[in-house]
Structures are given as C-alpha cells and as structure tokens.
Design a protein around this ligand. Sequence first.
Ligand code: URA
Length: 260
Amino acid sequence: MESALDWHTARALLEWQWELGVDEAISDTPVDRFAYETALKEQARAKAAQMPQADAPPARAPQIDPVEEARKAANAARDLPGLRAALAGFEYCDLKKGARNLVFSDGVPGARVMIIGEAPGRDEDLQGKPFVGRAGQLLDKMLAPVGLSRKENVYISNVLPWRPPQNRDPKPDEIAMMQPFLQRHIALANPDLLVVVGNISCQALLGKRGITRLRGHWDQVGDRPALPMFHPAYLLRNPGAKREAWADILELAAKLEVIV
Ligand code: URA
C-alpha cells in the first residue's frame, strides 16, 4: 500500500513509537484490545458455567436395572441352549465371579418332572451340574423306587446357577435377579409338574417359606402343579424326616399317574 507520508515523517513517527515501547508490527488493521479482553473473560465465564460445580451432584451415569437386564436376556432365549448361553453371558450377578462353573441343569430336558433346588454347592460348582454331591445322591435314591431318574425322566435345576461363597444362603437381590431366568427355564423345559425342594426354592417360586408346613401340599407355579419337599441336605442332617419325604415322593408318583 502506498503511504501518504514522506520518508522522513514516516521514520520520525516510527522512532517516536519505538521510544514509546512499540517493538512489534502485527497487523495493518487496528486491534481493539479492550474488546478482545472482554471476549476472553466472556469465554471463560461460559466454560465455567458448563463445568460441574464442586458441590453439585456428579453427573449421573445411566442407571442399569439388573433385574430388567435379566428379563430381557431370559425372554430373548428361544430354547434351553439359548437360555444357558444367555446366563453364561450375564454379567450383573457377582456370584458368577466367585464360581468355577455355571450350573445350569442336569437330566432330561422336556421331562414331565422338573426339580428345582436352591443353589450349587462345592461339588456342583466343580462339575457344573446340579445335585451331584451327597444331597444329590440321596435325591436320586429317593426317586429311583418310583421309577424316576435324571437319566430317563427327570430334569433338575436350581434357583441360582452359581455357587454362593461358603455355601451361604442366596440373598434376596440375587434371587430376584435370577428369577426371570428361572421362570424362562421352567417355561422352556415345560414340565408337567415341579418339585420345589427347600425353603429358598419355595420362597423364590411360591413366595412362601416354612417348608415343614408347606411340604407335601400341592401348590401352583403359574398353572403348573408344584410340590414342596424337604431339601435332601436337610434329610442328611435330620434322617428322621425321611419318612415324610418318602410320603411326598409317593404323592408325586400318584400325581404323575393322574395327570397323563
Ligand atoms: N443343593 C441344592 O439346592 N442344589 C444343588 O445343586 C446342590 C445342593
């Protein structure tokens, strides 16, 4: 750009600016430094407004409802292998972390009788099958005289598919989380009737406790007849109760004769 100033005037002006402290030529157009500073402050204020305050509640991560997740996973299963896979992939139950194996079922899928126990113990955890320890052996011995066996005509599972640490009782939230899987398991196995062994199973399936009072009396799970029975582990500790357990086995056999 051609200057209107002559060389000497321009130099005098430059020297004057130099004396004032100007040491850098930045732009041909003037910069309003006051407006620039105001804009910077405005920017800082806007940024601060977006940042979480120290005393403000932390931003909430989306809440996951494990029971709802269980329901979605269970209901998406179209058959028993699909349900097993859904359980194997379910990551919301902490019991899974401490267990060696998923204990899904044993016996004959589609059998008329489905037995529901409580939770795997040590032997079941090791083998990945329900009722394979001492209690399971007693259960097999009780079923055999009436022609029932897991090799031929009985299907077996548990309320919980993973062993609780130190065989402690399952907690209500663990039962609630596994409930959709249990219900789906029953629906897909589709037995004529259920045998519900022990208090935990009665609580989970019938919403009732008090096995001494409940045992031997037919109840319903949905529209399926369900017979509460003493848990075989209880019978090992209280052999005197085997007499009542035997009466319940006979009751089971009689029912199978009636509902063809
Ligand atoms: N007790 C149960 O309730 N289930 C098993 O699988 C083993 C012991």
